[in-house]
Structure formats: structure tokens, C-alpha cells
Ligand binder design. Structure first.
Ligand code: G3H
Length: 479
């Protein structure tokens, strides 16, 4: 239905000349600027469609729900070019990564459908214990509020939305602030594939549209990938937190540990992609490097040169890794972290580190970074690389144990006798240990989660179906 209220402009941080010849952020389009009452009507639509578990969607046969999802993904695939283009313009993601985000999302939907079929086959089995038969199934939870982040506005929004939907929940989702337009080419696919009220979209600022929805107490699941501050603020609005299920992918400060016997060529390449793919704007990015003192000098020199050789440009230009940052305040924030680290004893060890333009700052590589520097303490979520050296492995291990985060670590070394006990320790500090490779979320069939403040619940194809449902069973006696 055509929106009849106000619209908000959406700008790209990529600068161009406008019609008047003025050079600046490019106006890409407009989206509805909803107010509280429009957001509440959207929630009402989701509640009506769920209808206390009696609605057409939560009671629909598995095969029919799958047919809706298949119809959606078929239509989605026809809009690849538009969505990829918007990914580049809205968030500055380079062409190969934008294409990968789209294709990965399509694959995620197909894998989810397959996993859901398997779940349904499993639920056809009966268990029997102590003379009681149990027919165990999984049922939906209710109304889900989904909010994805700007760094994966398609993929991570859908990593919440798709499993929530297929399990029979109804959904209100808020597109990410940057990456909001790329939902538009998919609206018709949503409308024609799912029954009315099953998928609902809210646009606008979180505190205007999402907070009032939470305040009603009618949201059963808060599914958010983003920062802890937003997650906590939204949870706090809910009048009965015990009834609210959380599916949260939050912040991280994933370290790399480079041992003295590491293959430095490999470690450097993995640390380049780990720290700087999509300009370090990934929760899984490597955000601090610990390098053993025996190899730190050589590592730093080669790493810094390698960073300086990276190409900055517009996302569609070939070979470009560093691209404009979508958040207007980000270059200044990164500079503030850099200046603070330098004031506390670090040096910028690469020649180009800190070169700044209106929408970018060239990644500063900082060494040695003090632990009281903001670059060490904050999740930079951008192009800045703090390096620390260590003598004893206890140093990074203690830091990880004290950290508020616990998502992943990368470990570089070659001697299995050293690595094996270390891995046993590391898996109790984080949820994924990447051996001689950078941190990452995929392949999406593996569990994606974290300890401490990094996550609540688990995402991935397999686990997300469980995160968005509850186990139920019908018991009957053997008589
Ligand atoms: O921002 C966090 C994302 O889940 C990172 O995913 O490792 O596939 O880039 P990725």
C-alpha cells in the first residue's frame, strides 16, 4: 500500500555533483518516515496475522509454508542487479562483496528450507520412555521484531527474518539505517509470497518506531544484530522481560594471536582481510593483533607496507578494497581513536595511515598500543588496526579472559604441540577458534554465536530454526 505520510531522504556517503553542480553526498531516494502510531498499526497487523497462534500462517502446513518461501526466493533472485547496486551505493560495499552478500542470502534461504524439511521429518518420529510416547515438534513463538545491521543490511536482516518466518512466527522488521532502500526491490516479492500481515516493515528512527512497539509487551522475540546499546534500550522498554526471547548478535573485539613460529606470509594476508575487508565494519573483523615479540618487527614492517598498497576507491572499481564509509561521523571517530593511541605512546607505523577525506580515513596501523588507549578498549568497527606485542601467551589469554566480549579468535602458529593445548583454552574463552585463518561468520551452516556481551542465542542455518521456535510435544500413555 502506498505510504501517505512523510518521507525521509536517503543519502549515500559517495560524493557526486548534484543537479546544481554542488559536490557532496548523493541523494539516492526516499523512504517512509513513520511515526509511533503507524508503527503500532504495523505491529497490530503482525499480531492479527499471528492471532494467538491460531492464524493462517502459524497453523499452515509445512509444505505450504515452504511453497511461500520458495516463491519469495524465486522472485528475489530476479532483483539481484538492483539490490547489488544499492548495496554499493548505500553502504559502500565493493562489487564482489555486494554480489557475495546477495548470493549468500539466496543460498541461506535455500539451506534454511532444506533444514526445515529435515526438522519436520525428525518431528514425525515418536520417542518412548517409561511407557509414555512423545511426539516432539517445534512450534512458533509469536511476533518477532527483527532489526539487522548496516554492514549486512540484506544478509543479516534475512538471517533473522527467514528462520523466524519459516518457523511460523509473524514478523515486524526494521531495515538498517544505511541499506534501507535495498529492501524496496523486494517489497513486491514479500507482498505476493506471504499472507497479509505475516511480513511487516517499519521505517524510521528506532526510538520513534521500535521502542513503542516493545513498550506494548506484544513482541515475543527481539531479534537484533547490532550494538548492545540498542539491544539493551529495546529490551528495557518491554514490560515483561521474562516473556521476551532474545536472539542477539552483538559486538566483538576479536583478536589475532601470532605465535613465533607462524607462517608470516599467511598470517599477514589473513590479518589484512581479517582487519580490513569491508573497511573493518564487521562484527567478526580482527580488531586487535597480538604478535609475539620475536617476530613483531618483521610482521609490522611487512603488514604496514601491505596496508599502504591497498586501493581506495568507489565500490564498483576493480581491485578496490577500501571504500567510502557509510556513517558520516566515522572518519572523525577513527581519527580520535588514532590520536588518543598516539598520545598514549603508539606510533602510526604505515605511511598512509590517517590520510583523511570527507568520507574516508586511510587505516592507521598503530604500534605499540597501550591497554588504556581507546583503540584497544573500544570496538572500532572501522579501518584502524591496533597491534600489541607479547612475550608470554598468558598475556593475550588474560586479556581475552578479562574482555567483555567472547566471539572468535584467530591463532597463527605451526607447531601442533603448542597449538593443541592452546586451542583447548581458547574454546573456553570464545566460541570459534580460527586456526591460521581470519575470523568470519561463514559457512552459514556453522553456529554463529559468542560468549559474554557478544551474543545471546545462536544463529546459522541449523541453529536459527531452533532459536526462533520452542519444543512442544504430545504425550500419550502406552495403554
Ligand atoms: O558483522 C558481523 C557479521 O556477522 C560478519 O559476517 O564474517 O561473514 O563478514 P562475516
Amino acid at each position: 500500500k502506498k505510504w501517505e505520510g512523510n518521507y525521509a531522504d536517503v543519502y549515500s556517503s559517495i560524493h557526486t555533483h548534484n543537479d546544481e553542480g554542488v559536490y557532496g553526498p548523493t541523494l539516492l531516494g526516499t523512504v517512509p518516515d513513520m511515526d509511533e502510531s503507524s508503527a503500532l498499526s504495523t505491529l497490530q497487523a503482525a499480531c492479527d496475522a499471528y492471532d494467538k497462534g491460531q492464524g493462517a500462517w502459524p497453523t499452515m502446513k509445512v509444505v505450504d509454508r515452504i511453497a511461500c518461501m520458495e516463491k519469495f526466493v524465486r522472485q528475489m533472485k530476479t532483483r539481484r542487479e538492483e539490490v547489488v547496486k544499492l548495496l554499493m551505493w548505500e553502504i559502500g560495499k565493493n562489487l564482489p562483496d555486494s554480489e557475495k552478500e546477495f548470493d549468500r542470502t539466496v543460498e541461506y534461504i535455500y539451506d534454511t528450507i532444506e533444514d526445515y524439511k529435515q526438522l519436520d521429518r525428525d518431528s514425525a518420529r515418536f520417542a518412548k520412555h517409561g511407557g509414555v510416547y512423545a511426539h516432539i515438534r517445534r512450534g512458533p513463538l509469536g511476533v518477532v521484531l527483527c532489526m539487522g545491521p548496516y554492514n549486512y543490511p540484506l544478509n543479516e536482516t534475512f538471517a533473522l527474518l527467514i528462520p523466524a518466518l519459516i518457523m511460523g512466527n509473524t514478523v515486524v522488521f526494521k531495515p538498517a539505517k544505511h541499506g534501507v532502500l535495498l529492501i524496496s526491490p523486494l517489497l513486491e516479492a514479500f507482498r505476493s509470497s506471504f499472507p497479509k500481515g505475516v511480513v511487516n516493515i517499519i521505517y524510521g528512527r528506532g526510538r520513534v518506531v521500535a521502542a513503542p512497539i516493545m513498550k506494548t509487551g506484544r513482541v515475543d522475540v527481539l531479534a537484533l544484530i547490532g550494538n548492545s546499546k540498542s539491544a539493551i534500550a529495546l529490551q528495557d522498554q518491554h514490560p515483561n522481560k521474562n516473556r521476551l526471547r532474545l536472539v542477539l548478535g552483538l559486538e566483538a573485539k576479536n583478536p589475532a594471536i601470532v605465535l613465533p613460529d607462524a607462517d608470516l606470509d599467511l598470517a599477514i594476508e589473513e590479518c589484512i582481510s581479517g582487519t580490513l575487508s569491508f573497511n573493518g565494519q564487521r562484527c567478526t573483523a580482527l580488531k586487535v593483533l597480538y604478535v609475539h615479540e620475536d617476530v613483531v618487527e618483521e610482521f609490522n614492517k611487512r603488514f604496514a607496507d601491505r596496508v599502504d598498497a591497498l586501493k581506495f576507491g568507489n565500490p564498483w572499481e576493480p581491485g578496490v578494497m577500501l571504500t567510502p564509509l557509510p556513517e558520516p561521523g566515522k572518519p572523525d571517530y577513527i581519527r580520535a581513536l588514532m590520536d588518543d593511541a598516539v598520545a598514549k605512546g603508539a606510533k602510526v607505523i604505515n605511511k598512509r595511515g590517517g590520510e583523511q577525506s570527507e568520507n574516508y580515513i586511510f587505516p592507521p596501523v598503530l604500534y605499540p598500543v597501550s591497554k588504556d588507549a581507546r583503540a584497544y578498549q573500544e570496538e572500532q568497527f572501522g579501518p584502524l588496526i591496533p597491534i600489541l606485542s607479547f612475550k608470554s601467551i598468558e598475556e593475550p589469554l588474560n586479556d581475552m579472559a578479562e574482555s567483555n566480549y567472547g566471539q572468535q579468535v584467530s591463532l597463527f602458529g605451526q607447531n601442533i604441540k603448542t597449538l593443541a593445548p592452546l586451542i583447548d583454552t581458547l574454546v573456553n574463552l570464545v566460541c570459534r577458534v580460527n586456526l591460521n585463518s581470519s575470523c568470519q561468520r561463514g559457512p552459514d551452516v556453522y553456529p554463529f554465536t559468542g560468549r559474554k556481551d557478544s551474543a545471546v542465542s545462536t544463529l546459522s542455518v541449523h541453529d536459527a530454526l531452533r532459536s526462533f521456535s520452542v519444543r512442544t510435544f504430545v504425550a500419550s500413555k502406552d495403554n
